[in-house]
Write a protein that binds this ligand. Structure first.
Ligand code: CTP
Ligand code: MG
Length: 168
């Protein structure tokens, strides 16, 4: 994949990851239930956010696939749709898993953790998509670096425009 194709490939995951910040809120995924005295996921994970991530992430893949050479040109159109869905579901599962582990470690909802906040979602997204496409090690390394930098910049921006309380 060239740089643009690589960016198109992860874009559904990025959009899935960012959508809950804008469209989330309401009932929390864990219904405020506790596990060992701590919240299962915390107030930062809501059903609406989860749904928004899956829907907008998948839709992003759909929009990208309209351009024949941009989004996974080696796959069939149907397969590209499934990859977009897998990337989005994987992203949201990784986001949930990150919060789950943060709560078990006693890290408060909204407080920062470099790995769980910035990179775990990418790992889950790539793992889910690997049924259809496995990027090379070089591509994965590039994605890790780009994701780390972009995610930091995006969160900072979301904070500046008052979408997020904290800049991470
Ligand atoms: N959000 C949501 N539903 C989700 C994920 C996120 O509604 N499934 C919204 C919440 O308003 C959340 C914000 O997006 O506060 C930022 O998401 P994130 O940084 O993932 O959550 P945190 O609040 O930082 O909580 P955690 O420490 O669990 O990551
Ligand atoms: Mg956070």
């Amino acid at each position: 994949m060239d740089a643009l194709q690589l960016l198109a490939f992860v874009l559904p995951a990025y959009v899935a990851n960012a959508s809950p910040v804008v469209f989330g809120g309401g009932t929390s995924v864990d219904f405020k239930r506790l596990l060992g005295g701590k919240r299962v996921f915390g107030d930062g994970k809501t059903w609406r956010g989860l749904l928004a991530g899956v829907v907008f992430g998948t839709f992003t893949g759909f929009a990208l696939a309209l351009h024949p050479a941009l989004f996974l040109p080696s796959l069939l159109f149907r397969e590209r749709m499934i990859v977009a869905l897998l990337l989005s579901v994987g992203t949201m599962a990784g986001d949930l898993a990150g919060s789950f582990v943060k709560r078990r470690l006693g890290i408060a909802a909204g407080s920062r953790h470099e790995f769980f906040d910035q990179l775990l979602f990418l790992g889950f997204a790539l793992a889910a998509a690997s049924i259809y496409i496995v990027p090379s090690l070089e591509e994965i390394a590039l994605l890790v670096v780009a994701t780390y930098v972009l995610h930091k910049a995006a969160n900072w921006l979301a904070h500046v425009v008052r979408l997020k309380r904290v800049p991470w």
